[in-house]
Write a protein that binds this ligand. Structure first.
Ligand code: ZN
Length: 533
């Protein structure tokens, strides 16, 4: 008798969600997400899985976001032949999000290979291609919310609406005879949990009474003021009016699916009512355009109290699907709105628009969601004075603003309440999918108040626990099998330090009084470098 849990991703980070359960009946994964953020994390996407894909019989997918689903095509490419179990909504979204992710991999690698060729470095191949992603879609099987089904002999699962995204779920797992005195062992994996007030989603749901709860912690250290939909609309209106007064473009780095549609619904509505100046809204993301079509189709079932279909087909909204259409946006001067992916600015068309506008003081960049450590978005939100985009140093003069109320995530108190509502929790709570301050914040909120502090665990990548013992028991020998040193996940890696150093040097040299003092500075730096050899 044994059930083990291996933390294969989203440990002390918010990406790469992946949990491996091994029981006598076989091996299953909850999620198989792409790592995003620092180069160290992204390198994990290219390295081998810490298990044999051919030995995985089922993947239980919480939702379609790429940091939860984005390595499924790699899994299939490397020998996985089992089922991917997901809700109908998740399958609909994955049917275009995964092929899109594949085409991003191909484009990024093509760019990288051009650079590698110029530097005399070897070619790399994409993690997977669009064709791999399309092939993976055959493995998907739909499951219903709130209905038990057999995953493999002795293992059942049930999905609960997590209120985070169309189709999103928390997943309940039951391992027969593996719990206290022959009872079933009950585990709940939260997936991503939605906030209480969301335009398109109900409040998150799940039952009570578990041996273990694995909970996300993304905003564990934040306590957002309770927000109504009207207050949120007014906040957006203020930001749009200010951006209009500044006179340049308003760039909105967009999370393509759902948040973009929620934003556009409010934006168009504000323009229609004359509460903000009317202007073209360029939806410059093929993925977001496709997602917008899906939301128009699902408009009636979304339960929103506005006419979603009408607002998403507004003449203010201009979808720029092709690269040529996208490039033509650059001709616009004056106030206009550009909604482009990705939300954290680490890929996608938003980078071209940032290159065009960041150095203009009349431009505005409005962030609408969580910015992971190591992403361009995080640097901008943290207030850096210059950034590097595609190797070019660009001064940041634009106004950098945030609206957090469109978040698809619960905040600290909401997460703590969600965990508390799952009690009794017999053996332990694993806090995952959060950066250090968020994990500490959520841990503080639940330790002793909800469960004894000794039962709260914040695992690191590749930790393995035995779950059938009275408390989760770390399994020895894990050290040898770790893909990363523990501190590597947490720290910003050297690539980021390097970028910052180059920017600082440029800034100091430009700021120097004259060419003579520039020469002195350069000689000093040269001497420091040579002293290191
Ligand atoms: Zn998510």
């Amino acid at each position: 008798m044994s059930v083990t849990l291996r933390i294969c991703g989203a440990a002390r980070t918010v990406t790469g969600s992946c949990y491996l359960f091994e029981s006598p009946a076989g091996r299953l994964l909850v999620d198989c997400g792409l790592f995003q953020g620092s180069k160290t994390l992204k390198a994990l996407n290219y390295s081998a899985f810490p298990f044999r894909p051919s030995e995985i019989s089922n993947v239980l997918l919480t939702h379609a976001h790429i940091d939860h689903s984005g390595l499924l095509p790699k899994l299939a490419r490397e020998g996985f032949r089992g089922r991917i179990l997901a809700t109908r909504g998740t399958i609909d979204l994955c049917s275009f999000m995964l092929p899109d992710a594949g085409s991003i991999q191909e484009t990024e690698v093509a760019t990288l290979n051009r650079r590698n060729a110029a530097r005399g470095r070897a070619e790399v191949s994409p993690i997977y291609t669009q064709a791999d992603a399309v092939a993976t879609l055959d493995a998907f099987q739909a499951v219903e919310y709130e209905t038990w089904f057999q995953v493999m002999p002795g293992v059942r699962a049930r999905y609960w609406n997590a209120g985070h995204l169309l189709g999103s779920a928390s997943i309940e797992l039951e391992f027969a005879n593996e719990g206290i005195s022959g009872q079933p062992l009950l585990v709940l994996a939260s997936g991503d949990i939605g906030p209480d007030a969301k335009l398109f989603q109900p409040e998150p749901k799940a039952p009570t009474g578990f041996d273990y709860v694995i909970s996300e912690s993304t905003y564990g250290d934040e306590d957002r003021p309770a927000v109504t939909r009207e207050a949120r609309r007014q906040h957006l209106a203020t930001e749009v009016r200010d951006a209009h007064a500044a006179g340049g473009a308003l760039l909105i780095p967009a999370f393509a699916v759902e948040r973009t549609q929620e934003l556009i619904v409010d934006l168009v509505d504000l323009m229609d009512r004359g509460e903000v100046p009317a202007a073209p809204i360029f939806l410059d993301s093929p993925l977001a355009i496709r997602a917008t079509q899906v939301f128009r189709q699902h408009a009636k079932s979304l339960g929103a109290d506005v006419d979603v279909d009408r607002l998403l087909s507004s003449p203010h909204l201009r979808s720029t699907e092709t690269v040529e259409e996208s490039k033509s946006i650059a001709k616009f001067v004056g106030f206009h709105v550009i909604v482009a992916a990705s939300g954290m600015c680490d890929a996608g068309r938003i980078r071209h628009h940032l290159k065009r506008w960041l150095w203009h003081s009349n431009a505005t960049v409005l962030f609408t969601g969580f910015q992971a450590q190591g992403t361009l978005g995080r640097f901008l939100v943290d207030g850096v004075k210059a950034v590097r985009i595609q190797g070019e140093a660009i001064k940041v003069a634009a106004r950098i603003r945030r609206v957090d109320e469109y978040s698809g995530h619960a905040d600290g108190p909401e997460l703590a309440r969600w965990i508390a509502s799952r009690r009794p929790i017999q053996r332990g709570v694993f806090l995952v999918h959060g950066e250090e301050p968020a994990l500490a914040g959520l841990s503080e909120r639940i330790a002793e108040r909800t469960v004894p502090a000794a039962k709260v665990f914040t695992p690191i990548l590749d930790d393995i626990y035995e779950l059938t013992t009275t408390a989760p028991t770390p399994i020895d020998g894990t050290e040898r099998r770790r893909r990363l040193a523990a501190e590597a996940v947490v720290a910003l890696d050297w690539h980021n330090d390097m970028s910052k150093l180059i920017l600082d040097i440029n800034e100091r040299i430009e700021a120097a009084a004259d060419d003579r003092s520039r020469g002195v500075l350069i000689r000093k730096l040269r001497r420091a470098l040579e002293a290191e050899q």
